[in-house]
Design a binder for this molecule. Structure first.
Ligand code: GAR
Length: 221
């Protein structure tokens, strides 16, 4: 497919960028029919910025500390995403609370990944909280972004068992591996027009998804 015909992704990061790396790889090998138009970090030190540069991508840092309000910061994000003609926004470890200034224009075109089985444990320290609660399962969820923090309709969820002797760090490592599978997959559905947000609910191939989204299993396409 010619570069011009490809869906343009804007990927927002704050840290390591291991999810970003999956998108770089998936776009490079054609598994995802999209191009990464731009990587934005709010954190000038984000390791993900180096990954993006190594991948030959356009990067920019929009430092939230330089804005007087969340709204002003979000407006700068929107202006930059528009300038780069971004179609779909991918939040990949973007650790900022968003306002309607950013959410509204990209409603139905913005996904997030969260390291818990939403609606359990929105916010921070998800693995510690799962362990403290004695949960037998942990996981990650890809969801549409709406006004509610980590609360938009789930699209795809990967579950893993909590093992005896698990620490938050060990759990994070195993959950992260699942994130790397489910995030590009759910994005492929959105890019292909198979996944849509209708009346605040996620639909795949014309069918409304269950409240926790599709449950990931091997072989899912
Ligand atoms: C991921 O585990 C992602 O689920 C989490 O940040 C990490 C980013 O890792 N996101 C959130 O907690 C959002 N609420 P990465 O920078 O290596 O992709």
């Amino acid at each position: 497919m010619s570069e011009a015909a490809l869906t343009r992704l804007g990927i927002l990061i704050s840290g390591t960028g291991s999810n970003l790396q999956q998108f770089i790889d998936a776009c490079a090998c054609g598994e995802l029919a999209a191009t990464i138009a731009l990587v934005i970090s709010n954190n000038p030190e984000a390791e993900g910025l180096q990954r993006a540069s190594r991948g030959g991508l356009t990067t920019t840092c929009i430092n939230h500390r330089e804005y007087e309000s969340r709204e002003a910061f979000d407006q700068a994000l929107v202006d930059t995403l528009r300038m780069h003609e971004v179609d779909i926004v991918i939040l990949a470890g973007f650790m900022r609370i968003l306002t309607p200034v950013l959410i509204r224009p990209y409603l139905g075109r913005m996904l997030n990944i969260h390291p818990s089985l939403l609606p359990k444990y929105p916010g921070l320290h998800t693995h510690q909280r799962a362990l403290a609660a004695g949960d037998t399962e942990a996981g990650a969820t890809v969801h549409f972004v709406t006004q509610e923090l980590d609360g938009g309709p789930p699209v795809l969820q990967a579950r893993i068992p909590v093992l005896s002797g698990d620490t938050a760090g060990r759990l994070a490592t195993r959950v992260s591996k699942m994130e790397h599978i489910i995030y590009p997959l759910a994005t492929r559905w959105l890019v292909a027009g198979r996944l849509v947000l209708v009346n605040e609910g996620a639909c795949l191939d014309g069918e409304p998804l269950p409240p926790s989204g599709v449950s990931y299993s091997e072989g899912l396409v």
